[in-house]
Design a protein around this ligand. Structure first.
Ligand code: AVJ
Length: 322
């Protein structure tokens, strides 16, 4: 709800939608893609042949699980494995299964913004790898990093997979890495996935599949606003548009208005006007190379101790310590 001068909102989602759609150029944050429909669409994306990221990381973990186990479970010291944005845990289960088989002492603490995702993950783990001690934690990255910082009973390993960091602009990524640094101790490790620069066409294809799954995912943010804020966006009046700059490594997603239109968002009492071909920027998916990752790490006060990659170097997992 907002009125003329003093605007009050019932959620940060409302506030950010208001700010993003009254700004020029318009923007909405990709963190709002993920309601139940969005979670499902993202799972469909991960299963598409064009979206190489998931397969790459899956293979890297599978190929290197012995070395990773040796690194995490050094000197048989028990550790807590935290995972930010755990989702369905499909890739992590490779490691969990392997650690259990090797008798490595650890407990698993998945964190996600979605309680629904956490419940499903816990349920599937109880069935598939019941030996794993699991404690879920619901919250944003920001809250939970603070919680991680306050847990000091065991050595900590933080997983952040899927190149989720790519949704952040470099200055935000540095802030985020600094927060990670502050929440770990000497001897703890941070294990992260960074999608790499590659043939620009492969990147465009991954974010603009012909079947339209990514388009539906991008437009889901408008569907959510329709549902949750009583708005009347007509999804057919928008184009899903993807650009990739091979110099900076930044992929950007837009929703482009195909015609001049007016949308009303009831809960915000906001009339949004869009000109023909006006854009709403929705997501960045940053691609990296070693120089960028080294620069980010240095700025955040982290040190890269090793990295794992695939034969084409399409994707890398880096291990950091403070
Ligand atoms: C979950 C943020 C890693 O940017 O690659 C997939 C989300 N967006 N297709 C990414 C996404 C469009 C994804 N991340």
């Amino acid at each position: 709800m907002q009125d003329n001068e003093t605007t009050t909102f019932t959620s940060t989602f409302e506030q950010e939608v208001y700010e993003g759609l009254t700004a020029y150029p318009k923007h909405l944050s990709s963190k709002y893609f993920y309601d139940e429909t969005g979670d499902k669409l993202f799972q469909d994306i991960m299963a598409m042949p064009e979206y190489y990221l998931t397969d790459c990381e899956f293979n890297i973990l599978e190929e290197n699980k012995n070395e990773i186990a040796a690194l995490f479970g050094k000197n048989e010291e028990p550790f807590s494995l935290f995972e930010l944005g755990a989702g369905d845990g499909k890739k992590t289960k490779i490691l969990l299964r392997h650690f259990v088989e090797k008798g490595i002492p650890f407990d698993y603490r998945p964190i996600d913004i979605s309680q629904n995702a956490l419940d499903k993950l816990e349920e599937s783990l109880k069935k598939e790898i019941p030996q794993v001690e699991i404690n879920t934690l619901q919250g944003t990255y920001f809250d939970t990093l603070r919680d991680i910082g306050n847990t000091n009973d065991r050595k900590k390993i933080i997983l952040f997979l899927g190149s989720n960091i790519g949704n952040l602009l470099h200055p935000q990524a540095v802030e985020f890495l600094k927060n990670m640094r502050d929440s770990v101790n000497e001897g703890d490790l941070i294990f992260m996935g960074f999608d790499q620069k590659k043939n620009p066409q492969a990147i465009l294809d991954a974010y603009n599949d012909k079947t339209g799954i990514t388009e539906a995912f991008n437009k889901n943010i408008l569907a959510r606003i329709n549902k949750e804020m009583d708005a009347d966006f007509d999804l057919d009046k928008f184009l899903h548009w993807e650009v990739y700059d091979p110099e900076t490594g930044t992929a950007k997603s837009y929703l482009v208005s195909k015609e001049e239109q007016e949308v009303f968002i009831e809960s915000l009492e906001l009339q949004v006007r869009l000109k023909a071909w006006e854009t709403i920027h929705t997501e960045i998916s940053q691609k990296y190379d070693d120089a960028i990752v080294e620069w980010l790490a240095k700025k955040a006060g982290l040190e890269i101790i090793t990295e794992f990659t695939d034969s084409k170097q399409d994707y890398k997992n880096y291990v950091f310590k403070k």
